[in-house]
Design a protein around this ligand. Structure first.
Ligand code: FES
Length: 416
């Protein structure tokens, strides 16, 4: 379904279920597997449907695997060092032929495992044992991981999210002499734009991060009584900022049609990342939806077979181990079209959760879900600011940069 079209600059070897794969050092494991046409990486926990990477940002469960004895690693966020031993988890058989897939056929309407054979002596115990085998995500780590240190620090500003708005804000605040920590769980700076290398480089050129403590592959895990808990690969950081800025972006939208979880379906943003890494599908691509990312994918696919589909024309996705056909509405009938991959450019749902936990107000938009409420300069509460898609805005890099400047000015004024 996929192949690598660019020569490797720094090749290293990794293994997936015992098979050796040559990969680019520093790229994510998930991308290396895609380039080697390993599109099924995981299985859904209950029905064991095949799963492949779809978000490339640690937000779906399509790329979870056991890496060097550690279960549930999001392989799309794991940069390759070389020598990694990766294996599928929670399967009986293999990633590609998982015998537990029969649960999907036996329980085509879903499993109510809470009540299944409950209360029937003997049988309920058998069922419980079976359910524990079918469900769950992997076995415990091969060995206990060493405890990592924690550090506590005081800082002027913590900016959560190193996308367009977050980088603009961190850059301007550090340029004004403030101490700034910029946190992001991704492997690269740029957030959504990280998949479009030229645009990400332009952003970084425009908003240098000199003086900013950048914590990548780091998760802002919670905001407690003014502290921000950050889990980094080196240990925990408990930061006490004078101002906290949420630029947490949005969760990719999904298409509510049958077959929407098959390997080979990506968010359009993630698909740009795939193409930008020099990995191409070996057949036609359907771009479903519209907007910035639909246009980006279409531009990247110039010269490549692709077609655009309005969201309400997509009826179902067909395939067994991965996407094979997209069924389209045509008047009163439907037609199946062969595709190798599908890029979904749908409105995202604002990532409001952390800001809400910190005390920011939210509002509900029926089309998008909850979003952080701010005033016209990004203020979201006492010591809190928010910017970008988490406030319900569309992804528009130019507009997000301008908003970032505005929010940075507001934070500076408050810190004076
Ligand atoms: S979590 Fe890795 S692709 Fe979605």
């Amino acid at each position: 379904m996929f192949r690598r079209t660019r020569a490797l600059r720094d090749p290293v070897e990794i293994t997936l279920d015992g098979e050796t794969i040559v990969a680019e050092k520093g790229e994510s494991l998930a991308l290396a597997f895609l380039a080697a046409d390993k599109t099924i990486l995981a299985r859904s926990p209950k029905l064991h449907r095949p799963r492949g990477p779809s978000c490339l940002r640690g937000a779906c469960d399509g790329c979870l695997a056991r890496v060097d004895g550690e279960p549930n690693v999001t392989t799309c966020l794991h940069p390759i060092r070389g020598g990694e031993v990766v294996s599928a988890q929670n399967v009986v058989g293999s990633r590609k032929a998982d015998l537990l897939r029969v649960t999907d056929w036996f329980f085509s309407q879903g499993i109510d495992h809470h009540h299944l054979m409950a209360g029937i002596p003997g049988l309920s115990d058998v069922m419980l044992t079976f359910a524990r085998k079918v469900a769950g995500l992997g076995r415990l780590p091969s060995e206990a991981l060493p405890a990592l240190p924690a550090r506590r620090l005081e800082v002027d500003v913590v900016v959560i999210g190193a996308g367009v708005a977050g980088i603009a804000i961190a850059s301007r605040l550090a340029g004004a002499g403030k101490s700034v920590i910029l946190v992001d769980d991704g492997m690269d700076l740029g957030g959504s734009l990280a998949g479009t290398r030229r645009k990400a480089a332009t952003l970084r050129g425009q908003f240098p991060l000199k003086g900013v403590e950048v914590l990548l592959q780091s998760v802002a895990a919670g905001c407690f009584f003014g502290d921000v808990l950050i889990a980094t690969p080196e240990g925990a950081v408990v930061a006490r900022p004078r101002a906290t800025v949420f630029a947490t972006g949005a969760h990719d939208g999904t298409l509510a049609i049958p077959g929407n979880d098959l390997p080979g379906i990506f968010s359009a943003r993630a698909f740009c990342h795939v193409l930008g890494a020099g990995i191409e599908p070996d057949g036609p691509v359907a771009i479903v939806g519209e907007g910035f990312w639909a246009d980006e994918v279409a531009t990247a696919l110039v010269g490549w077979e692709h077609f655009r589909v309005p969201v309400d024309h997509a009826v179902a996705v067909h395939g067994t181990a991965g996407v094979n056909k997209l069924e389209l509405r045509e008047g009163d009938t439907t037609r199946k079209v062969k595709v190798a991959s599908i890029a979904l450019a749908l409105p995202g749902a604002p990532a409001f959760e952390l800001a809400a936990q910190a005390g920011a107000e939210t509002r509900f938009d029926p089309a998008r879900g909850y979003a952080v409420v701010t005033d016209d300069r990004g203020r979201a509460g006492e010591g809190l600011w928010a910017a970008g898609e988490c406030t319900g805005r569309d992804f528009d890099p130019e507009a997000l940069m301008r908003e970032g400047e505005l929010v940075a000015a507001s934070v500076l004024e408050a810190l004076r």
